[in-house]
Design a protein around this ligand. Structure first.
Ligand SMILES: NC(=O)c1ccc[n+]([C@@H]2O[C@H](COP(=O)([O-])OP(=O)(O)OC[C@H]3O[C@@H](n4cnc5c(N)ncnc54)[C@H](O)[C@@H]3O)[C@@H](O)[C@H]2O)c1
Length: 256
């Protein structure tokens, strides 16, 4: 029970149904409740998210679903208010929502650029800002931001995604410095290629899959659980002296 009594808010966490392909947010939600946390799942896929929360409740867990478009300042205020009204505290924020629009620089429209930067960079900024106010009231907390290996090295296929994930990497460190004394820890997680709803279509192409496997020294793609295990470490007090760090979980990809 590494998260006993803690309240966790997760973004981009609708794909959280046992027996179906889960995303990192969904897999993290399952580990969080297993460890005793109360979870608030959020996403823009409301039907799926509501079903996922209902299934967690049916298993005896404290879970709810709320609509949260991470690019909306107003949505963040509404969700923070709802969490504080229901639980009176916020201990963990997993800033995890994401989108992916591969394309060569010449083909990236301003709309795509703004969506990548909006969901990732602005979304993480708004979430972090919102959570700090709530966490301060409880004497601290842990914020985990989903960057990517492509927030450390350049993506060969998705320059706008790399730019957005790189923004998360350094925003995380800067924010970590500002709130370290208040016991609000802020870290980033950097997944390699993993099978999730986001990547299902692209990674199902045998040629693409082979290319990704060739780039991954451990010879398999990641699972949502591989990533969620690292997120759980950062969320729990096991990482109580860890802030501003980059946790790479990529089967060795960025070691080469
Ligand atoms: N799967 C991978 O190989 C991989 C690798 C590195 C990083 N990531 C990152 O991991 C995170 C989780 O992705 P995943 O692969 O688990 O897939 P996923 O599809 O389960 O998660 C992404 C979720 O974000 C939600 N979302 C999109 N726009 C949103 C918005 N404006 N507001 C709120 N939610 C929104 C989607 O509805 C979706 O549920 C993303 O940030 C992604 O970029 C994934």
């Amino acid at each position: 029970m590494r998260l006993r009594g803690k309240v966790a808010l997760l973004t981009g966490a609708a794909a959280a149904i046992k027996g179906e392909l889960m995303g990192f947010g969904g897999a993290a939600a399952h580990l969080f409740v297993r460890e005793g946390a109360k979870v608030v799942l959020t996403d823009i896929r409301d039907e799926l998210g509501a079903r996922a929360a209902a299934a967690l409740r049916a298993d005896g867990h404290d879970a709810r679903y709320l609509h949260l478009d991470v690019t909306s300042e107003q949505n963040w205020v509404q969700v923070a208010d709802a969490v504080m009204a229901a639980h009176g505290r916020l201990d963990i924020l997993f800033n995890n929502a994401g989108v992916s629009f591969p394309g060569k620089v010449e083909d990236i429209t301003v709309d795509i650029w703004e969506r990548e930067l909006g969901v990732h960079a602005k979304g993480v900024f708004l979430g972090t800002r919102t959570a700090i106010t709530a966490m301060r009231k409880g004497g601290g907390g842990s914020i985990i931001n989903t960057s990517s290996v492509m927030g450390i090295v350049g993506s060969p296929t998705s320059p706008a995604y790399s730019a957005a994930k790189g923004a998360i990497t350094l925003f995380t460190k800067s924010a970590a410095l500002q709130y370290a004394k208040e016991n609000i820890r802020i870290n980033s997680v950097h997944p390699g290629y993993a099978d999730t709803p986001l990547t299902l279509k692209r990674f199902s192409d045998p040629a693409v899959r082979k290319e990704l496997l060739d780039r991954t020294p451990m010879g398999r793609l990641g699972t949502a659980e591989d990533i969620a295990n690292g997120v759980l470490f950062l969320a729990s007090d096991d990482s109580s002296w860890v802030t501003g760090s980059e946790l790479v979980i990529d089967g060795g990809m960025t070691a080469q």
